[in-house]
Write a protein of this length. Structure first.
Ligand SMILES: Cc1cc2nc3c(=O)[nH]c(=O)nc-3n(C[C@H](O)[C@H](O)[C@H](O)COP(=O)(O)O)c2cc1C
Ligand code: SF4
Ligand code: SF4
Ligand code: SF4
Ligand code: FES
Lengths: 825, 413
C-alpha cells in the first residue's frame, strides 16, 4: 500500500495516499476547490489559475528531520508569498491548506474576473447554460460585477466546425486545453491544438478530415464552457428541461454505461424523444467516456420507418393484423412445426428476450440459432475472463493480446482501455494480418497472413521473446476478433486462444482469460443462454419454420434470401420492415431497447441493466413479451409481463447467472474520481452512476469446474490463389447498420462501400485510390471505391461488413476496373 | 576599470572569431584541461567557488544550479539560452557574432561538468544568420578535434547543435525553450519539476545564458579567485551592460559589477542626450521596474543586491535610460503592448490581464487620463501579480505598477 499522509484542509483533517494532489485530497474531504483546466483523468497543467489556494508546509529541522515547533507547540508553517495551484501541488505530511481564506478567495475571484473579460456571457442561448462550470463558478466565486468595458470585448467566430460532429464557439473558449489534452493523453488521437498565442489563442483541428477521432464527443463533456458542442445537440434543448435514464450502449460488446437525456419535443409532434446520449461513470467498463458511435447513433428508434402494427401475409401480401391474430398465426405455425422450429436471433436482443426464445425453442424441441459470423462464445464462458477482471486495474505484469481485431473500429472504448493499461506498464501483443491503430502501443506486433490465425496463437505458447511475454506473464488476457474470418475460422481461432490461456494457466482468475470482440452488444449473453451459431445456415433453414428475431439475414446475404424462400413459414420480429420481414408470413413489431427495460451481457461478461428512457411506440411490445404471447398460442407458458421476473427465472436456470437479480445489478459503490456531485467543473457532465455497476459472471474456470477444451478444428484454409483474389471481411465502426444509417450526422463518416487492396494489386488492375471498381462476390456485383492498404498481401481484398456487400466469411472474388469517369470536381 | 575584456575579447584581439587566432590566444586550453585533468564535480566546485551567477536574468549561482542535476537519470543535456528577446538586451548577439569560440568553449565546459554529451544552442528565430555562423564554427571545432567523439584521447564525447526559435519572447523562458526544442508549442511548463530533474525530453538539463557560459573558459583558465576578485562580494566578476534609451552612446559595455549607474551612463555612455537629467532607469529591459533617478540612485553600485534595494531587479542588466522628455504613460504603453503581444496565452491572468491593460492604457492615453482608469489599471496589474504561471506575466506588471506609483504626475494630465 502506498504511504498515507495526513494534512489539514480548511481545518478538516484528511488522510490520503502520498502523492495525491491537493485538489483531489480536498475532494475526498468533501471540499470543492474550483478548477477549470484540471481534470482528474489527465495530467495537471496549472494553466487556468482557478484553483489558487494558500498552502503552508511545516518547517523541518534539518538535523532531526522533525518539524520545528512554535511557542504554542504547534509545527511552524511556511507559506509562499504567492498563492499556489491546488491542482499541481501534491500533498505532504502536516500540510495546511486554506481554500477559503481571504487571500485565496481574492485569487479565485480574480481568475473569474479575468476570464469574463473575454467571455461573451451568452448563457441565455448557450447549450452549456445550466450545466456550465464557468456559469456555476462565476456565481460561487466571481466578482458579481464587471469592471471591463463592454465595447472592447473580443468578438470571434461563433460556429467553427472542427469536424462535422463538433463545433467550436471561439468566443466561449477559455483556453483550458482540456480538449487538446483529452485527445493527446486519453484518446491517443492528437488531432486538436492551439493556434496563435496570447489572447488570440484558438483551438484548431489538425487533422483531415477535421477532428478525426471516434472519441470526439467526450471533449464536449469535459469542456468547462459551451465552446465545444456536438452538431447533434447544438441548440437542441436546455439542460434543465432534460430527464435522464440510465442505460447501456447497444452498439458494441464493450457495454458502455450511458444516460439518455430526453425531452418532449415539438419538432417530433410533441413526443418524448432522446435529445442526447451521455456517458455514465463505470470505472470498470468505460470510466467516464464513450465513443461517437454510441453517442450519435441513437436516432433509429425515432425513425418514421418503425413498424407499429403486426402484419400477416394474405394473398401474397403483408397486411395489418391485430396482435391476437398475428401471434395466433405465429403460434400455430410453431406448434405445427415443433422440432422443425428454428429460432434465429441475434445479440441485439436482451438476455431476457433471448432466454424466452431459448426456452420456447427447447420446449418444442426446436433449435435456437445465433445469427452471427463469429464463434467461440462457449469457450469464453469456460475460460473467462475471470470474475473481477478490469482493464483499469491492469498494468505491469499483465499481458494483453489482441488477435484478428481492429479494436479502434470494433470496440473503441476497449481500445482506449487497452492503451491506458499499456501506459501503466502492461505488455501488449497485437497480432493482425494488417496494420491497425493499436499497433503503435504494442510491445510486439505480429503480422500474419489471412488464414494463419491459429498458428499465430499457437506460437504464443512457444519459447521466445513473444512467447515468454505471454506465457510467463502474471496475468494474460486475449481479445480475439474476426478480422478476415467467418464462423469456422473464428471458432478455430477462439479454440486456439482458449487452449493457449488454459495451458499457460491464465484462466479462472481476475484479469485473465478470453474476451470475444463480438459484433453485437449481447452476443456473449446469447452464448451464455445457450444459443449456438449454425455452420451451414442455408441448409439448417431448409423446410423449417423460422422465427427470426432482431436479425435481417435476407438483408445481409442473397444466399439467405434463397434459403428463406425455401422454408415452411417465416416469422419476423423486428423494429423495422427489414428485407427478412418483407418475405415473412407474420411480422411482429418490437420495442426498441430504449423503450423498455432489460439486461445485456458485455464482452467482459458483465451483466448490466438498462432502463426505459422514452415511451414505447404505440403498437409495439418488448421482444420477451411477444415471444411469451406467441408461445402461449403454441401451448408453452413463458413469463411475459416483467423483464425482472424473466431474469429471475433465467438466473435459476443458467449457472453463470446464479444468484443474480435486478436489485444486485443495480448496486453501486463509490468510484474514483468522484463525479456528478453537481460539481460539473471537476469531472465534466458525465453522469454519476446511481443505477448499477452490473455484475461480472463467473467462468467455469472461476468455479473450478472440470472441463475439456475441444481440439482446434481444421478449417479449410482459404488462401489467395494464383490470379484470383480472396475477399476477407473486416469490420468498420461506421457501417451501414440500421443504427448508423439513421444517424444523419454519422452518415458523412461512413462513406461509400469500398474495398481495400495492396498497392501492387491496384496497379495490376490499373486503378488508384478513390477510383471505382466492380466487385463480384457471391454472385452479386457492386460498384465500390478503391482504398489502398500497404500492409496486406497482394492476393487479398478487404471487404467491409454491413456495407451492403454480401460477405460473411472469406470468399473468392473478382475485381474489374469500372469504366473511367472523371470524378475530379 | 578593466584594462582588457574578458567576454568582449574581440574588442582587444582582432579576428578572435577565427579558430587559429582563438587558439593562439589560449583557446580551448581550459576545455582540454577540464576534460583531461579534472573530474566533472571539480569543475562544478571551481565554478561555485568563482561566485559566477547566471546572466539570463535571475542571477542564480551557476555552480549551484549544476549541482542540482539529477545523477540517477541519464542522459543529461546542456542548453545555451541564446534567445535574447528582452527589449533592450543585445549582449549575447555581440558575443556570439564576435567571440563565438569562447562561448562555444563555455558550452563545452558546462557539458563536461554535468556529464552531457549533447548540447543545444537555442537562438531566437531572427538570429538565423548567427545560427548559420555558429554552425560553421561548430564544424570547425569538430575538425580541430575539440568537439566530437573521444575528445583529447578520453572517452568523453560532445556534440553541439543549434536550434532556431520561431519568434516568441516566451521561448527565452527556460521551460518554454525546452518545449520548443522538442518541437512543441513554446509555452512554459509548471515548475517543479525543474529542468535539472526533468528537462529536455524529460531528462536532467542545465540551461544557461550565453554570457554566463562565455565566462567559463576564463574562470577555468585563471582560477576562481582571479574571477572573484572582480566585482562585488554579492556579484562576482564582470557583466556586459546593454545600455540604451536617451543616452548619447548606447551599446554594450563590459564592466565589473559594482560599477555605478553614473559611471555607466556618463563615463561610458557619454551622458544623456541634450544634457538632460536622468528621470528614470529601467535596469532590466522591458521587464523592469522603474527606478526614479536621483543622485543617490546614480551613485548606486550595480550588483544584484544593491539594485534590489532600489525596488527593482538588475535582471539581464539591460539599462534603459529615460530622461525628462519622456512621459511614463508613453513608456508603459510600449511595454504593455509588447507583453500583450508576447503573452503565450497559457494562463488566464497574463493572457487576459495584458489584453485588459492594453485597453486601459490606450483609453488613458486617448481619453484624457481619467483617474478611474488609472486606478483600474494599477489594480488590474496588481491583481495579476503572484498569480501567473510563469514570470512573463509578472514582468508585464512591473513597469505598470512602478510607473503609476512612482510617477503619478505622468498619469494626471
Ligand atoms: C519571459 C522570460 C524570458 C526570458 N528570456 C531569456 C533570454 O532571452 N535569455 C536568457 O538567457 N534568459 C532568459 N530568461 C531566463 C531563463 O528562463 C533562464 O533563467 C536563464 O536562461 C538561465 O540562465 P542563467 O542561469 O545562466 O542565467 C527568460 C525568462 C523569462 C521568464
Ligand atoms: S474548447 Fe473548451 S475544452 Fe477546449 S480549450 Fe476551449 S474551453 Fe477548454
Ligand atoms: S465503445 Fe462500444 S459500447 Fe462504448 S459507446 Fe462505443 S459503441 Fe457503445
Ligand atoms: S504568464 Fe503569460 S507567458 Fe507565462 S505562461 Fe502565463 S500566459 Fe504564458
Ligand atoms: S490551474 Fe489548477 S485548475 Fe487550472
Amino acid at each position: 500500500m502506498t504511504k498515507q499522509v495526513t494534512l489539514t484542509i480548511d481545518g478538516k483533517q484528511v488522510t490520503v495516499p502520498d502523492g495525491m494532489l491537493v485538489v483531489d485530497a480536498a475532494k475526498e474531504a468533501g471540499i470543492d476547490i474550483p478548477v477549470f483546466c484540471y481534470h482528474p483523468k489527465m495530467e495537471p497543467v496549472g494553466m487556468c489559475r482557478m484553483c489558487l489556494v494558500e498552502i503552508g508546509r511545516p518547517v523541518m529541522d534539518r538535523t532531526t528531520g522533525k518539524p520545528i515547533l512554535d511557542d504554542k507547540g504547534e509545527p511552524k508553517l511556511q507559506f509562499l508569498p504567492k498563492l499556489e495551484t491546488a491542482c499541481t501541488n501534491p500533498v505532504s505530511e502536516g500540510m495546511v491548506v486554506y481554500t477559503q481564506s481571504e487571500k485565496a478567495e481574492a485569487g479565485q475571484k480574480s481568475t473569474i474576473e479575468f476570464l469574463l473579460t473575454s467571455h461573451p456571457l451568452d448563457c441565455p442561448i448557450c447549450d452549456k447554460g445550466g450545466e456550465c462550470p464557468l456559469q456555476n463558478l462565476t456565481m460561487a466565486y466571481g466578482p458579481g460585477k464587471s469592471r471591463f468595458l463592454f465595447d472592447e470585448k473580443m468578438h470571434l467566430a461563433k460556429m467553427v466546425p472542427l469536424g462535422e460532429l463538433i463545433y467550436l464557439d471561439q468566443e466561449r473558449c477559455i483556453q483550458c486545453a482540456r480538449c487538446i489534452r483529452f485527445q493527446d493523453e486519453v484518446a491517443g488521437d492528437a488531432v486538436l491544438g492551439f493556434d496563435e498565442r496570447g489572447r488570440s489563442t484558438q483551438i484548431v483541428s489538425l487533422s483531415d478530415p477535421g477532428f478525426d477521432s471516434v472519441f470526439s464527443g467526450n471533449t464536449t463533456d469535459i469542456c468547462p464552457v459551451g465552446a465545444l458542442t456536438t452538431a447533434d445537440f447544438r441548440f437542441g434543448a436546455r439542460p434543465w428541461e432534460l430527464s435522464s435514464s440510465a442505460s447501456i450502449c447497444s452498439q458494441c460488446p464493450v457495454g458502455c454505461n450511458i444516460t439518455f437525456n430526453t425531452r418532449r419535443e415539438a419538432m417530433s409532434d410533441g413526443k418524448i424523444v432522446i435529445k442526447r446520449v451521455m456517458p455514465r461513470q463505470n470505472e470498470e467498463v468505460n470510466e467516464i467516456w464513450m465513443c461517437d458511435k454510441g453517442r450519435f447513433a441513437y436516432h433509429y428508434a425515432e425513425s418514421e420507418k418503425r413498424l407499429s402494427k403486426p402484419l400477416i401475409r394474405k394473398d401474397g401480401k403483408l397486411s395489418r393484423a391485430s396482435w391476437d391474430a398475428a401471434t395466433q398465426a405465429a403460434g400455430e405455425a410453431i406448434a405445427k412445426a415443433k422440432k422443425d422450429l428454428v429460432v434465429l436471433a441475434s445479440g441485439r436482443l436482451s438476455n431476457e428476450d433471448l432466454f424466452n426464445l431459448k426456452s420456447f425453442a427447447d420446449q418444442v424441441e426446436g433449435k435456437a440459432v445465433l445469427y452471427t459470423h463469429m464463434g467461440g462464445g462457449d469457450l469464453v464462458s469456460l475460460v473467462g475472463v475471470g470474475q473481477g477482471t478490469n482493464f483499469g486495474a491492469m498494468g505491469a505484469g499483465t499481458t494483453i493480446v489482441v488477435v484478428a481485431s481492429d479494436l479502434y473500429e470494433e470496440a473503441p472504448v476497449w481500445y482506449l482501455r487497452v492503451k491506458q493499461a499499456v501506459q501503466r506498464g502492461a505488455a501488449l501483443i497485437v497480432a493482425n494480418p494488417r496494420e491497425t491503430k493499436l499497433d503503435r502501443y504494442a510491445s510486439f506486433v505480429i503480422r500474419y497472413s489471412y488464414g494463419d490465425e491459429v498458428r499465430t496463437v499457437h506460437d504464443l505458447t512457444k519459447k521466445g521473446k513473444v512467447g515468454d511475454a505471454f506465457a510467463k506473464a502474471e496475468n494474460a488476457v486475449i481479445l480475439f476478433g474476426s478480422d478476415g474470418l467467418g464462423l469456422d475460422g473464428s471458432t478455430a481461432l477462439a479454440t486456439a486462444c482458449a487452449r493457449a490461456l488454459n495451458d499457460t494457466e491464465h484462466a479462472g482468475k481476475p484479469n485473465n482469460g478470453l474476451i470475444g470482440v463480438w459484433q453485437r452488444a449481447n452476443d456473449q449473453g446469447a452464448w451464455e443462454i445457450g444459443f449456438r451459431p449454425e455452420e451451414n445456415l442455408v441448409g439448417a433453414l431448409k423446410g423449417k419454420t423460422v422465427y427470426v428475431v432482431g436479425a435481417d439475414p435476407a438483408g445481409d446475404d442473397p444466399a439467405l434470401v434463397r434459403a428463406l424462400h425455401g422454408t415452411e413459414f417465416v416469422i419476423a420480429q423486428d423494429l423495422f420492415e427489414t428485407e427478412t420481414a418483407k418475405l415473412a408470413d407474420v411480422v411482429l413489431p418490437a420495442q426498441a431497447y430504449t423503450e423498455r427495460e432489460g439486461t445485456f451481457t458485455s464482452g467482459e461478461r458483465r451483466v448490466q441493466r438498462f432502463y426505459p428512457a422514452v415511451p414505447a411506440l404505440d403498437g409495439t411490445r418488448p421482444d420477451f413479451a411477444i415471444t411469451s404471447q406467441v408461445a402461449r398460442q403454441a401451448s408453452v407458458i413463458l413469463e411475459g409481463t416483467s423483464a425482472s421476473v424473466v431474469f429471475d427465472i433465467l438466473a435459476e436456470d443458467i449457472k453463470s447467472f446464479a444468484g443474480l437479480n435486478y436489485a444486485k445489478l443495480a448496486e453501486v459503490k463509490p468510484q474514483r474520481p468522484i463525479v456528478g456531485r453537481g460539481d460539473l467543473y471537476y469531472g465534466g457532465t458525465t453522469y454519476e452512476n446511481k443505477f448499477g455497476l452490473g455484475v461480472q459472471l463467473s467462468s467455469a474456470a472461476d468455479r473450478s469446474e472440470k472441463f475439456t477444451l475441444p481440439r482446434v478444428q481444421k478449417v479449410e484454409e482459404l488462401r489467395p490463389k494464383e490470379k484470383k483474389l480472396l475477399a476477407v471481411p473486416v469490420t468498420k465502426l461506421y457501417d451501414r447498420g440500421v443504427t448508423v444509417e439513421s444517424a444523419k450526422l454519422l452518415n458523412q463518416r461512413i462513406g461509400e462501400a469500398f474495398v481495400a487492396l495492396h498497392p501492387s494489386a491496384a496497379e495490376q488492375l490499373g486503378v488508384e485510390a478513390g477510383e471505382r471498381v466492380k466487385l463480384s462476390l457471391d454472385g452479386v456485383s457492386e460498384d465500390v471505391v478503391v482504398k489502398i492498404d500497404e500492409t496486406i498481401s497482394t492476393g487479398v481484398v478487404l471487404v467491409p461488413r454491413s456495407m451492403g456487400l454480401p460477405i460473411s466469411a472469406p470468399a473468392e472474388a473478382s475485381l474489374k476496373a469500372a469504366k473511367k469517369v472523371s470524378v475530379r470536381a | 576599470m578593466l584594462m582588457t575584456h574578458i567576454l568582449l575579447r574581440h574588442r582587444d584581439i582582432p579576428d578572435i572569431n577565427k579558430l587559429n587566432v582563438y587558439k593562439s590566444n589560449g583557446g580551448f586550453e581550459a576545455f582540454k584541461k577540464v576534460v583531461t585533468k579534472m573530474k566533472p564535480g571539480e569543475v562544478t566546485d571551481a565554478v561555485k567557488a568563482s561566485g559566477l551567477r547566471g546572466r539570463g536574468g535571475a542571477g542564480f549561482p551557476t555552480g549551484v544550479k549544476w549541482s542540482f542535476i539529477d545523477n540517477k537519470i541519464w542522459p543529461h543535456y546542456v542548453v545555451a539560452n541564446a534567445d535574447e528577446s528582452e527589449p533592450g538586451t543585445f549582449k549575447d548577439r555581440e558575443i556570439m557574432e564576435s567571440n563565438p569560440f569562447q562561448f562555444l568553449e563555455g558550452v563545452a565546459i558546462a557539458s563536461y561538468a554535468v556529464g552531457a554529451n549533447a548540447a543545444y544552442v537555442y537562438l531566437r528565430g531572427e538570429f538565423w544568420q548567427v545560427a548559420k555562423f555558429l554552425d560553421e564554427k561548430i564544424a570547425e571545432m569538430g575538425e580541430a578535434g575539440v568537439l566530437g567523439e573521444n575528445l583529447f584521447g578520453t572517452d568523453y564525447s560532445l556534440h553541439i547543435y543549434t536550434h532556431l526559435g520561431a519568434g516568441a519572447y516566451i521561448c527565452g523562458e527556460e521551460t518554454a525553450m525546452l518545449e520548443s526544442i522538442e518541437g512543441k508549442r513554446g509555452t512554459p511548463r509548471i515548475r517543479p519539476p525543474f529542468p535539472a530533474v526533468y528537462g529536455l525530453y524529460g531528462k536532467p538539463t542545465v540551461v544557461n545564458n550565453v554570457e554566463t557560459l562565455t565566462n567559463l573558459p576564463m574562470i577555468l583558465a585563471n582560477g576562481a579567485d582571479w574571477y572573484k576578485n572582480m566585482g562585488t562580494p554579492d556579484s562576482a566578476g564582470v557583466k556586459v551592460f546593454s545600455l540604451s534609451g536617451r543616452v548619447r552612446k548606447p551599446g554594450n559595455y563590459e564592466l565589473p559589477f559594482g560599477t555605478t549607474f553614473r559611471q555607466l551612463i556618463y563615463e561610458h555612455g557619454g551622458g544623456v542626450q541634450e544634457g538632460r537629467p536622468v528621470k528614470a532607469i529601467m535596469p532590466a529591459g522591458a521587464s523592469s521596474s522603474f527606478i526614479a533617478a536621483d543622485e543617490k540612485v546614480l551613485d548606486t553600485q550595480m550588483d544584484y543586491a544593491a539594485v534590489r534595494t532600489l525596488g527593482a531587479d538588475l535582471g539581464s542588466a539591460s539599462v534603459i535610460v529615460i530622461d525628462d522628455t519622456v512621459s511614463m504613460d508613453w513608456v508603459i504603453n510600449k511595454t504593455i503592448h509588447f507583453f500583450k503581444h508576447e503573452s503565450c496565452g497559457k494562463c488566464t491572468p497574463c493572457r487576459e490581464g495584458t489584453y485588459w491593460m492594453m485597453h486601459l492604457i490606450e483609453d488613458i492615453r486617448d481619453g484624457g487620463h481619467s483617474t478611474d482608469n488609472v486606478d483600474l489599471l494599477l489594480n488590474v496589474a496588481k491583481q495579476m501579480q503572484n498569480k501567473c504561471l510563469c514570470p512573463l506575466g509578472e514582468f508585464s506588471t512591473m513597469a505598470v505598477v512602478t510607473g503609476i506609483e512612482r510617477f503619478a504626475q505622468d498619469f494626471t494630465k
